[in-house]
Ligand binder design. Sequence first.
Ligand SMILES: Cc1cc2nc3c(=O)[nH]c(=O)nc-3n(C[C@H](O)[C@H](O)[C@H](O)COP(=O)(O)OP(=O)(O)OC[C@H]3O[C@@H](n4cnc5c(N)ncnc54)[C@H](O)[C@@H]3O)c2cc1C
Length: 485
Amino acid sequence: MQKVIVIGAGVAGIATSIRLAVKGYSVDVYEANSYPGGKLSSLTLGAYRFDAGPSLFTLPELVTELFELCREDPNDYFKYSKRDHICNYFWDDGFKYSMPSDPSSISKSIADSFQVEESVVKSYLDSSKRKYNLTNSIFIEKSLHKLSTYFSFDTAKAFFQSFRLDLFTTLHSKNAQSFKNDKLVQLFDRYATYNGSSPYKTSGIMSMIPHLEMDLGTYFPDGGMESISQSLYELAKRQGVNFHFDTLVSEITVDNKVAKGVQVDNLIMEADVVVSNMDIFSTYNRLLPRSRKPTKILNQERSSSALIFYWGIARHHPELDLHNIIFSNNYEEEFSSIFDDKDIYDDPTVYINISSKANASDAPVGCENWFVMINTPGDFGQDWDTLINNARKQIIKKIDRALNVDMANLIVEESILDPRLIESKTHSHQGSLYGTSSNSRYSAFYRHPNFSKLISNLYFVGGSVHPGGGIPLCLNSAKIVSNLI
Ligand SMILES: Cc1cc2nc3c(=O)[nH]c(=O)nc-3n(C[C@H](O)[C@H](O)[C@H](O)COP(=O)(O)OP(=O)(O)OC[C@H]3O[C@@H](n4cnc5c(N)ncnc54)[C@H](O)[C@@H]3O)c2cc1C
């Protein structure tokens, strides 16, 4: 039986281990932390449970297909439900909008609330869907670094329709041309943050992202986001995958340009195939010290990072839902601050995720568990303690204004995650959430391939390589890697 070693038990590493075990490989996963899931994990503060990282769940079929692949019924192990609202939006001037999730009423709801023509919204969402359908099978489901991808019907179709992809404009310009309402432009600009980019820099092709939410829907797993990684971890174990926790891989052993295994605690573990789920920057710099590095790819700008406050809140807020956003008054300055000045903006957009709205046991009765996040630059050695102190005050002021509350007196539990901690907990370079940023038109082509061009039997999976960060893309990268192997 051929032996595979996977470095890292992030969601992509676990999914890869399942796919390879099903193909008949013997799979060992080495994980530096004491738990599976990487960024997709959880924490508990007193009587409050929090998902530590991802909070938005789309394309659940990418999770359930792993159970089906193992001939198991997903309903026995992983349950989820569709949300009936996508997000509640708030602006400082008191304007509010609660976006429904029913695709048949969404255009009318947006048109009525933002005073724009329904046909304009419909046409935007149709074009979002068209872009998604044209590019999904090329950019997301296949390796962009194999010739076969370019000689397919799907690629030819996308090529001939490339003028419809808005590749040569920015997301913000696309939105500003489409909608004559600044708040609606800001709402649609927000989708750039789904891969940690700036709407003023990322390509207009990102206007396909709303299709995911507004047409395909948003979901929440029973038991919280952590049940995605937990149920996949249990599935992998049932397939015979061996997990080794608290085990840091210190090097990938290479002989004559062939990966031969990994080094763990001064021991060499041999394998026929090595798959790294470690961030690609850290894989080259820590695990392959003697290998030639693809410097251009590794030095690309990284996606944004985040500052998160996990707050146990001693009150119920009926005006809030699972996902809530309080927008900045100046989005352009906010993104310039993040990507150009490497600073936290003093009027940040505040995202509040409350999983107890969907999973009541996450907070005591009458209380809520708030995951309060702002986008930040990565870690470049800033004075984070001062930045975090200031940001905390600004965030509380902004929430007080938007919700007419006195936050300081409602917080009964607190923990904080910042870019430094994201890096130290997952080896994500600069604490980036989604690997490289998509702040360039050609970013999809600049992501590292899922295999090594120099070392045979070495593969890469997860948010820092093709096709990119976020749970759905990570699950797709596992599919690509297992097909390549
Ligand atoms: C705060 C936050 C919010 C986010 N929000 C969303 C969201 O709402 N929706 C969404 O889809 N995505 C979101 N994301 C992104 C998403 O979490 C990631 O893209 C995805 O979880 C990355 O998975 P991964 O498998 O690539 O890597 P990771 O989760 O980073 O896992 C890598 C694992 O490898 C281990 N490892 C690394 N090096 C070694 C080594 N040398 N030896 C042993 N083990 C090693 C690490 O300990 C880690 O467990 C968010 C991320 C964060 C941090």
